[in-house]
Design a protein around this ligand. Structure first.
Ligand code: IPE
Ligand code: IPE
Ligand code: MG
Length: 246
């Protein structure tokens, strides 16, 4: 944790940090286009930003970081771009496994990994299994993730239990639904950040974000640095969270 802020740094109260930050890592393509580069170069730069921000979150003591890496809708993109993203994810996970001892980050994947290339799926499973022993910071990577898909799966699971006579519909609670999501057991995000100037949810953590604070910025994800995160944290700390109360 930084003991003092440098003069030009946005001031953050490090004793009042959100427990859980979620980020829609958007704007890689536009960042690349603006530099006359192929979209894939934007995804590569975005992966580096993820590394920087995840490390910084761990350093300042954020307990949970959830990032949107690939949505259930992103399969609509040209095959070459999808393959390039999958290749970058593979590279990132191999490096994460290599550096695991040093970084001590626990990785959890949200989303159905079955349609992914086998090699990537196995790397994700290995990363999740091997990092499960770490307790400092948990990074949830949303991969082939969709909020509606997640809620539908929960509905199916609960409907099946009802059909089998294990539960009755009347007794089902919000907690039961939460426990059927990929995020079961993890507190809801306090702060959801979306860079790139878009101000929409794009099917991200629909159930979990019921009371999240949103922060939008025009900066594209590859340009999102520690100072941008401090700005988001300062904005979060300036808000009054009422949860429906007064
Ligand atoms: C986010 O950047 C990365 C993924 C969705 C995988 P984009 O690729 O959506 O970048 P823009 O929105 O086209 O700039
Ligand atoms: C959301 O970004 C998904 C990820 C960042 C992985 P998109 O770029 O896919 O979202 P839309 O298309 O602008 O809604
Ligand atoms: Mg986008």
């Amino acid at each position: 944790m930084p003991l003092f802020a440098k003069k030009d740094e946005t001031k953050v109260d490090y004793s009042r940090l959100p427990q859980h930050i979620a980020i829609i890592m958007d704007g890689n393509g536009r960042w690349a286009k603006g530099r006359g580069l192929p979209r894939t170069a934007g995804h590569a730069a975005g992966a580096e930003t993820f590394r920087t921000i995840a490390t910084y979150c761990r350093e300042i003591g954020i307990k949970y970081l959830t990032v949107y890496a690939f949505s259930t809708e992103n399969w609509k993109r040209p095959m070459a771009e999808v393959s390039a993203i999958m290749g970058l994810l593979k590279k990132y996970l191999m490096e994460a496994i290599r550096d695991m001892e040093k970084e001590k980050v626990r990785f959890v994947f949200f989303g159905d990994l079955t349609p992914l290339p086998a090699e990537l799926r196995e790397l994700a499973e290995e990363t999740q299994a091997r990092s499960a022993v770490y307790e400092g910071c948990q990074v949830n990577i949303c991969l082939n993730y969709g909020g509606r898909d997640e809620i539908l799966r929960a509905a199916r699971a609960l409907a099946a239990e009802c059909a089998e006579g294990k539960r009755s519909p009347e007794e089902l609670t919000e907690e039961d639904v939460s426990n059927c999501l990929w995020s079961a057991g993890i507190p809801d995000p306090d702060l959801v950040i979306r860079p790139s100037g878009e101000e929409r949810i794009s099917n991200f953590l629909l159930w979990q974000s019921a009371y999240a604070e949103y922060y939008f910025t025009d900066v594209c994800w590859p340009d999102f640095d520690k100072e941008e995160l401090r700005k988001a944290l300062a904005a979060y700390q300036s808000r009054s969270r009422r949860f429906g109360g007064v």
